[in-house]
Design a protein around this ligand. Structure first.
Ligand code: FE
Length: 285
């Protein structure tokens, strides 16, 4: 048994997104452009409405998946597929933009805490121009288990005999939220066929013996287990893994394709009002 070590530490830094929402970005920064198949990780967390109230009015995506996990707060989602989502604390949303979606994500609160993550997952070239799809589940639908005092919520993929609510066939994504009690330990199998990262968002921890601060993303190296120990205040983190795609990544803002020509096409389609090619129906609730 070899614990997967820390291969790289990426402190999140503040950027302004949407109409002026403060987020903490780790993947998708100069220090870590992407971690195949992951393109971006934003952590939003603020109890100051000025930092989130403007939300994310209508904007396009093409070529990948957005995966949103709400920890606190309430956001409404509307998209060109006709979906109307209602994201509340503990709920998840998986939106395969693929050939093109225009959507908005707007806060439904004027004060209080808004906290969560948005992860962008790349699609293989063969799926980039496929039809969009949508999955959304509320907190009550998400399987939870207890492992040696740790509370684990399984959002996507299979873990500890549970199957997460989100099924991500292209890159076999595992996404779990783990809460460890003070000095709690988490030691589980995690093979290295998938790229993986840990992001601690409460407390602090040691990963494979190395200190891991809050709001710092750790990219995992090679091994076959994950070993994490919480500090004296406990720790809460997400662990995400996905099968690498191994294709070129050409990104221009919200369009992620495999060549410059495809980006030009996306821009031309968007300007001409033909980015949205397909409608899909709502799965989940
Ligand atoms: Fe978006």
């Amino acid at each position: 048994m070899t614990p997967r070590p820390i291969r790289q530490l990426v402190p999140a830094f503040e950027v302004s997104e949407g109409a002026g929402v403060t987020v903490h970005r780790s993947i998708g920064t100069p220090a870590l452009r992407n971690l195949d198949p992951f393109l971006m990780l934003d952590h939003f967390g603020s109890d100051n409405p000025d930092e989130y109230i403007a939300g994310f009015p209508d904007h396009p995506h093409r070529g990948f998946i957005t995966f949103t996990y709400m920890l606190d707060g309430h956001m409404a989602h509307r998209d060109s597929m006709g979906n109307r989502g209602d994201l509340k604390a503990g709920g998840v949303q998986w939106m395969k933009a693929a050939s093109g979606v225009i959507h908005s994500e707007m806060p439904q609160q004027t004060n209080g805490l808004m906290r969560g993550f948005q992860l962008w997952i790349n699609l293989p070239a063969r799926d980039k121009m496929s039809a969009p799809a949508y999955q959304e589940f509320s907190a009550a639908a998400i399987p939870e288990l207890t492992l040696n005092g740790a509370r684990v919520r399984v959002l996507a993929g299979a873990f500890g005999g549970q199957r997460g609510v989100i099924d991500d066939p292209a890159t076999d994504v595992l996404y779990i939220d783990v809460s460890l009690p003070p000095s709690g330990r988490f030691s589980e199998p995690l093979d290295d066929a998938r790229n993986a990262f840990v992001y601690v968002f409460e407390g602090d921890a040691r990963l494979a013996g190395e200190p891991l601060a809050t709001h710092t993303l750790a990219v995992l190296g090679s091994g076959d287990t994950i070993e994490l120990a919480a500090g004296s205040a406990g720790a809460r983190f997400i662990l995400v893994a996905g099968r690498p795609i191994g294709e070129p990544v050409v990104q221009y803002g919200p369009f992620v394709m495999t060549s410059r020509e495809e980006i030009e096409e996306a821009l031309a389609d968007y300007r001409a009002g033909r980015l949205v090619k397909a409608k899909a129906t709502l799965a989940g609730h």
